[in-house]
Design a protein around this ligand. Structure first.
Ligand code: FE
Ligand code: FE
Ligand code: MG
Length: 171
C-alpha cells in the first residue's frame, strides 16, 4: 500500500521519514520567525548590512519549510497543523533576542545555524541510500545552512574587528 512518493523508500519506515521531516519543518518555522523578528528589532553598528543578511536568511528558512511540507505531502503525510507543535517537535528550539545589539543577535543566529547544520547532517546520514529524494533535498538545505553560518560569522568578525579599530583610535 505504498503511495507513489514512498514506493522507492527502502530500509526505513515512511512514517519515520515523515516524523523526521516534520521535526525539521518545525525548526524551519522557528528559524524563519527568529530571523524575521531579529531583522525588525536589530540596533547598532553596520545594522543595514546585518538587516539585509537576516532578511535573506528569513526568506531561505521559509523556502525550506515549503520544501519540507511538499515532501511530507508527497509521502502521504501531513505537515504539522498547529504552531504549538513547532515547539514540541523542534530540535533546535527558539531563542528570543535578549539584546537587540547586532553582535548579540549575530551570536544567537550563529548558534541556531550550528544546531541546524548538526540536525541536517544527521538527517542526511539517516536518509542516505534509503530515501534518495529526501536525502537530496536535505543535502540542498544543509548547503544553505552552512552558507548561512559562514555569512553570519563573516559579519560578526567584520563588526567586532571594526569596533576594535574604533576603540584603538579613541585611546
Ligand atoms: Fe533552514
Ligand atoms: Fe539557516
Ligand atoms: Mg546569506
Amino acid at each position: 500500500m505504498a503511495t507513489r512518493g514512498s514506493s522507492i523508500i527502502k530500509g526505513i519506515q515512511v512514517s519515520e521519514v515523515v516524523g523526521l521531516l516534520n521535526k525539521a519543518y518545525a525548526d524551519e518555522w522557528l528559524a524563519y520567525y527568529q530571523y524575521f523578528i531579529e531583522a525588525k528589532v536589530i540596533k547598532g553598528i553596520m545594522k543595514d548590512a546585518v538587516f539585509a543578511e537576516l532578511t535573506q536568511h528569513a526568506n531561505d528558512e521559509l523556502r525550506h519549510a515549503d520544501m519540507l511540507a511538499n515532501r511530507i505531502i508527497q509521502l502521504g503525510g501531513t505537515p504539522l497543523l498547529h504552531p504549538q507543535e513547532w515547539f514540541t517537535q523542534s530540535s533546535c528550539g527558539y531563542k528570543e533576542p535578549q539584546s537587540f545589539d547586532v553582535v548579540a543577535i549575530l551570536k544567537d543566529s550563529i548558534q541556531g545555524e550550528q544546531c541546524a547544520i548538526s540536525v541536517y547532517s544527521s538527517l542526511a546520514d539517516t536518509f542516505k541510500d534509503k530515501d534518495i529524494i529526501s536525502y537530496n533535498m536535505i543535502s540542498q538545505i544543509l548547503a544553505d545552512e552552512v552558507e548561512h553560518e559562514e555569512d553570519l560569522q563573516d559579519l560578526h568578525d567584520d563588526i567586532t574587528e571594526f569596533v576594535t579599530q574604533i576603540k584603538s583610535t579613541m585611546r
